[in-house]
Design a protein around this ligand. Structure first.
Ligand code: PMP
Length: 360
């Protein structure tokens, strides 16, 4: 007998695995193009791969539960202290740990319509109430979100850029939000895609943590760093926030291989720049094709773009038949849209050709 609030949860629907489509359609796995989970098409950097390989020889031992070396590298990079850090099994784990530490029955969390699906999931899993605030132009309406905060609100989730819409809020807007909200409410600023921001869009939320002790910045190695399968993310917050979170996380929540790869990846700025540049060009390739096809899309600051296609379920099936996996987002209340991740130029071209074919 699980609580009612658990039984009411809608499961997270990931992109279809390549092996599943291969089986279903009788296709060779190598012929399938998957642009469904906002992964880095370059894979991981060579430095990260070498570090992961070296760490394999030690897997009989438990990982360092305090993530000492990765935290030291993060401290050097961002000028923060180790006690401000929480390391997670992906940033998904960070969102869960924050929810575990701050939410419970009788509490509420505020998030935006069309925002990342894990916010309602993590909220509801703690028996807390979710307050979903209508989106503005598919993005977060920060004024409405501030107004929606109730006496029992303990967390506000903000994704910047947001997934699945790719919408972006300028740093000044987030800073103004932090000034407006009560310091008793934890603001979880989810920056999973921050490394893809154009130079003119960049802002430094980590520098704000000192002024706003209720700010938690969440980041991941899954996207631009190319380590989605290894599962590493981190939070930077006030030491008291980090301390509460570190009390409730699993003692060994990140594997030793993942910790080693993340530490090596963090120092590889060249790989990061290469990934961002490939993404910029791929975004241009896809949006140019959408324009030529007369399709509407949402301007995206991430490594994916969401476009309007009408009968998205039918188009998705037609793409799958051609061995192209994208992401339907009906579960996000957008049944006429599909989200496609930016791939290698040839994968983007495969997707565009399949989309043309699917449209008939
Ligand atoms: N936040 C956002 C906005 C995301 O899109 C994702 C991944 N889809 C995550 C967090 C979690 O990613 P990970 O657990 O791999 O860090």
């Amino acid at each position: 007998h699980s609580p009612e609030y658990i039984r009411a949860i809608m499961p997270y629907q990931p992109g279809m695995p390549i092996s599943e489509l291969a089986r279903e359609m009788g296709l060779a796995e190598a012929s399938i193009v998957k642009l469904a989970s906002n992964e880095n098409p370059l894979g991981m950097s060579l430095r990260a791969r070498d570090a992961a390989r070296a760490a394999l020889s030690e897997v009989a031992r438990y990982p360092d539960g305090s993530a000492f070396a990765l935290k030291a590298a993060l401290c050097r990079k961002f000028g923060v202290k180790p006690e401000q850090l929480v390391v997670g099994n992906g940033s998904n784990d960070i969102l869960e740990i924050a929810s575990q530490a701050f939410l419970g029955p009788g509490a509420s969390a505020v998030y935006a319509q069309h925002a990342f699906a894990v916010y309602p999931l993590a909220t509801h899993a703690r028996g807390a109430r979710g307050i979903e605030v209508p989106a503005k132009h598919f993005g977060h309406d920060l004024e409405a979100m501030a107004a929606a905060i109730s006496v029992d609100t303990r967390i506000v989730f903000i994704a910047n850029p947001n997934n699945p819409t790719g919408t972006f809020l300028p740093g000044e807007a987030i800073e103004a939000f932090l000034r407006a909200v009560s310091p008793d409410v934890l603001v979880v600023l989810d920056e999973a895609y921050t490394e893809y921001l154009a130079p003119a869009q960049r802002y430094d939320a980590i520098a704000w943590v000192e002024r706003f002790p209720n700010l938690l910045v969440s980041r991941t190695f899954s996207k631009a760093y190319g380590l989605a399968g290894l599962r590493v993310g981190y939070a930077i917050a006030h030491p008291e926030v980090a301390d509460l979170m570190n009390r409730v996380r699993q003692p060994f929540n990140v594997s030793s291989v993942a910790l080693a790869a993340a530490e090596a990846a963090l120092g590889d700025d060249e790989f990061l720049a290469q990934s961002a540049e490939l993404n910029r060009r791929g975004m241009e390739q896809l949006t140019t094709a959408f324009a030529a096809l007369g399709l509407e899309w949402i301007e995206s600051a991430g490594n994916f773009v969401t476009f309007k296609i009408g009968d998205a379920a039918a188009i998705n099936r037609a793409l799958l038949r051609q061995g192209v996996i994208v992401r339907p987002i009906a579960g996000y209340g957008m049944p006429h849209w599909l989200r496609v991740s930016i791939g290698l130029p040839e994968d983007n071209a495969r997707f565009i050709a399949a989309l043309r074919q699917a449209q008939g």
